[in-house]
Design a protein around this ligand. Structure first.
Ligand code: WT7
Length: 634
């Protein structure tokens, strides 16, 4: 039952009938239990809910922090828990994945069928020489084969590196090369908004630029003509029809701490870095957070509307829903194609019970008005979720009232590629405040602190920190352990706290309000982009000598990108060049990274050591106080 808690501000208390039937009814009690004995807490969860080939000797080894280890000595494979073990129970014949393509084509995979496909593809990869700890790059649209490819890699102990299908040549090339992948899995094309994105063509360009790929496996999705390089390229459907494609392929026995995947994400400086996650801790963390936060029950139809190419999709489309035996829904295309009610149509048609999406999508759909959702029966929905950036209270209320019919609690989940799973999030039994991700998940101690690490008073802005280790935490930056320590653990090294890179406030009830990034990371429509990547794409254009980009607040997309360029001698700024530069960034990184505007300038504000002061540019654009200019060169 909801206790009378008299919280401050705009509060939405959970209905008693919700609290009565959810997995975790008393957050406070569970959190206290976790904090009293963190290894005991996670050890019990791990023992009761998962199958291990061999048990651990130690739940948490913090002797070499921040290189934490979880479930040390245990043998496991996440895919064993996601697929193999369900073959022995009634879950075998349950839908694991329901898929609808943008054109309206539909497919359903039961747990047994999905397992067969994964086994077959795993044995194909093995036959092609892919071994434990080899890297495989996956570059695809949002279709079931993407999931099959990821699971097949994990099953044989290969490390997948999924590159989001909206990225382009240079972004793909960098990630292939950095990971030294031998195999690339892609498709001929993918569909979005009625158009075809030519993935194979982009992949060919990237593979030609990179030297490491020996084999390309191509899935036929759109059926358009593509260039296949003899000896290097193979059709997926041909390989899957060979006798080597074994529907009963064995699962590789892994150490709990063995990597399951790497995933590139943008950081403060330089090229994107690869975040590394593991089989054991990542499995325990993602499955537990999904089950408790979204209260997954056997009858649910779970729709995480993200792309599998991001951490949200890795954790909450591909891995954890299968581990907990849920039915997931996946939709290939754009929310507004062909009409702005496509999503609401899908909710009604498939009886979606839980919808998890991003504020930018909610704001985008809100623009079209209430008539579109009202045309559809959304009564199957019982829980809603939000992720990727702070949700503005206005969008929250719309989501709550129009989509949730004031019956569905909204789980605003704060987390990161690095954290692997939800970190600051309500549970459905907790009172909600629009715009606040509420409290740390049980066992996660969060705080807002100043430079010295003192907790700041309620209402004041400070740095978000995480004070306790958690099983799904990143283990390192792939091939760059120094960067791992420097980026996340050096600011509060003495205290041993993790620094996510966000600013936040805490209110008098202890609720956390995340404000945004404190570094040179820009969130555009929830996508995480580094200023350095976009600037490097801009200066790779022959007309540009120097470039700086900043994020500027935008009602729809959270932020938009503004670029400032110094031209090379003899070049002239024009509207045409501006368009060319935007397209150039689109071609190098992807359409999401295109600056909305590019200004041509004579100089950029820099420190005496030559670092661009983006803060000053931003203050100028927003007409704000320029702040401390003592380090400015001129
Ligand atoms: C950054 C991480 C993990 C899922 C997708 C994003 C921002 C994420 C929220 C939220 C406020 C949020 C933070 C964080 N962020 N969720 N609920 N409220 N901000 O993963 O691409 O690694 O980005 O997204 O700034 O640091 P990501």
């Amino acid at each position: 039952m909801a206790k009378n808690q008299n919280l401050t501000g705009e509060v939405y208390y959970p209905a008693p009938e919700i609290v009565e039937q959810v997995h975790i009814q008393d957050f406070e009690a569970v959190h206290q239990q976790a904090m009293a004995d963190l290894p005991g807490f996670w050890g019990q969860i791990a023992a009761e809910n998962f199958e291990w080939y061999a048990p651990w000797e130690q739940v948490l080894d913090d002797s070499n922090a921040p290189f934490y280890k979880w479930f040390v000595g245990a043998k496991v494979n996440l895919v064993h828990n996601a697929l193999d073990r369900h073959q022995r129970t009634a879950i075998r014949n349950k839908a694991a994945l329901i898929f609808e393509g943008e054109q309206g084509d539909r497919r359903t995979y039961t747990y047994q069928q999905l397992n067969h496909e994964v086994c077959k593809f795993a044995s194909v990869l093995r036959a092609m020489g892919v071994k434990k700890s080899d890297r495989v790059t996956i570059y695809m649209g949002r279709i079931p084969e993407l999931m099959i490819a990821m699971l097949a890699c994990a099953k044989i102990g290969a490390i997948h590196s999924v590159v989001y299908g909206g990225f382009s040549t240079e972004a793909l090339h960098d990630r292939i090369e950095d990971s030294a992948s031998k195999v690339l899995i892609t498709c001929d094309g993918s569909r979005l908004r009625g158009k075809i994105i030519e993935l194979k063509k982009i992949a060919n360009e990237a593979v030609d630029r990179a030297g490491t790929i020996q084999t390309v496996i191509c899935i036929k999705r759109t059926g358009q003509e593509v260039e296949m390089v003899p000896g290097r390229d193979h059709w997926y459907h041909d390989l899957m029809n060979l006798p080597i494609a074994d529907p009963n392929a064995p699962t590789e026995v892994m150490d709990a701490e063995d990597p399951i995947f790497i995933l590139y994400t943008s950081g403060t400086t330089g090229k994107p870095k690869a975040i590394l996650h593991t089989h054991g801790g990542y499995m325990v963390g993602t499955a537990t957070t999904l089950k408790w936060v979204f209260d997954i029950k056997p009858e649910d139809v779970w729709w995480c509307a993200a792309d599998p190419g991001w951490i949200t999709g890795h954790s909450y489309i591909v891995y954890s829903p299968l581990v907990v035996g849920a039915t997931s829904f996946m939709y290939e295309g754009a929310p507004t194609y062909p009409y702005p009610d496509r999503w609401w149509h899908l909710v009604a048609r498939y009886g979606i019970t839980i919808l998890y999406t991003a504020p930018t999508a909610i704001r985008g759909l809100m623009r079209f008005g209430e008539n579109w959702p009202e045309r559809h029966d959304l009564s199957s929905l019982r829980l809603l979720g939000s992720v990727g950036e702070p949700i503005n209270p206005e969008a929250w209320r719309w989501y709550y009232r129009v989509i949730g019919r004031e019956k569905c609690p909204i789980m605003d989940t704060w987390w990161q590629t690095e954290t692997g799973n939800f970190m600051i999030t309500p549970l459905p039994s907790m009172p909600l405040k629009p715009g606040s991700a509420t409290r740390g998940f049980p066992g996660v101690e969060v705080d807002v602190v100043d430079e010295e690490g003192n907790s700041v008073p309620a209402g004041e802005e400070g740095y978000l920190v995480i004070k306790t280790p958690w099983p799904a935490m990143l283990r390192t930056v792939y091939k760059d352990p120094d960067r791992y320590v420097r980026q996340y653990w050096s600011r509060y090294a003495e205290q041993g706290w993790y620094l996510p890179g966000d600013s936040a406030k805490k209110d008098e009830d202890g609720y956390i309000w995340v404000i945004g990034r404190i570094d040179d990371v820009i969130k555009v429509s929830g996508y995480r982009l580094g200023t350095a990547e976009i600037e490097s794409a801009l200066v790779s254009h022959p007309a540009i000598a120097e470039a700086a980009v900043i994020g500027v607040p935008d009602e729809l997309r959270g932020n938009i990108i503004k670029g400032f360029c110094i031209l090379r001698q003899g070049e002239e700024g024009s509207e045409r060049l501006e368009k060319e530069l935007r397209d150039h960034v689109g071609h190098e990184i992807g359409p999401i990274a295109k600056p909305t505007t590019v200004d041509f300038v004579d100089s950029l504000p820099k420190t005496r050591s030559g670092k661009i002061m983006r803060r000053v540019l931003k203050a100028q654009v927003l007409g704000q106080d320029l702040g401390d200019l003592s380090t400015l060169a001129d």
